[in-house]
Design a protein around this ligand. Structure first.
Ligand code: HEC
Length: 144
């Protein structure tokens, strides 16, 4: 007789609870994932880096092509120097690390020096290009 079987408490409530918990956790995870994707999708840092790479490449090409007058190199150097001002705003998550600030300031110092005493010939431009490249590497070594 069914009425004499011990009544087992129904698990339905527990399953419903777990189901709802799964929904909530899933929703939270989805929002977090989307936000992470959104944060990664900020085009500014990569854009800044690519424009800096373009200007640096133009300076190296100029040295190879024997176009080493100050009127060739100064506009590039001005651009690079201005772009370098945006290193910290482009990577706000990295500025807590002193190595980042040191590398950014280091690159700016190289560029300030170059603007104060611009390269006069291709040998000097080649040397400067090396120093700029080292300025980039000083940061990429730790953060790229
Ligand atoms: C103070 C730090 C810092 C300096 C200085 C720096 N970079 Fe970067 N660079 C980064 C970081 C951080 C990344 C990684 C960015 C990422 O993955 O979103 C990066 C990535 C790049 C990339 C790859 C971008 C892409 O689309 O993935 C290029 C190209 C680049 N840098 C060029 C340069 C050049 C050229 C210089 C020097 C003229 C330079 N960087 C100086 C921090 C720096």
């Amino acid at each position: 007789m069914a009425s004499q079987e011990p009544r087992r408490p129904s698990n339905a409530g527990r399953y419903l609870f777990l189901f709802l918990l799964g929904l909530v956790v899933g929703a939270i995870a989805a929002v977090m994932g989307l936000r992470a994707l959104q944060a990664r999708a900020d085009p500014f840092p990569d854009a800044l880096m690519n424009v800096m790479a373009h200007q640096g490449g133009a300076l190296r090409n100029a040295a190879k092509a024997n176009r080493c007058s100050t009127s060739d190199s100064l506009p590039r150097l001005h651009s690079l120097r201005a772009l370098a001002n945006d290193l910290e705003p482009a990577f706000p998550g990295l500025t807590d690390d002193t190595r980042f600030g040191t590398a950014a300031s280091g690159l700016r110092a190289v560029l300030d020096e170059a603007l104060a005493t611009p390269p006069q010939d291709c040998a000097q431009l080649a040397t400067l290009n090396e120093r700029i490249g080292e300025g980039c590497k000083a940061c990429h070594r730790d953060f790229r």
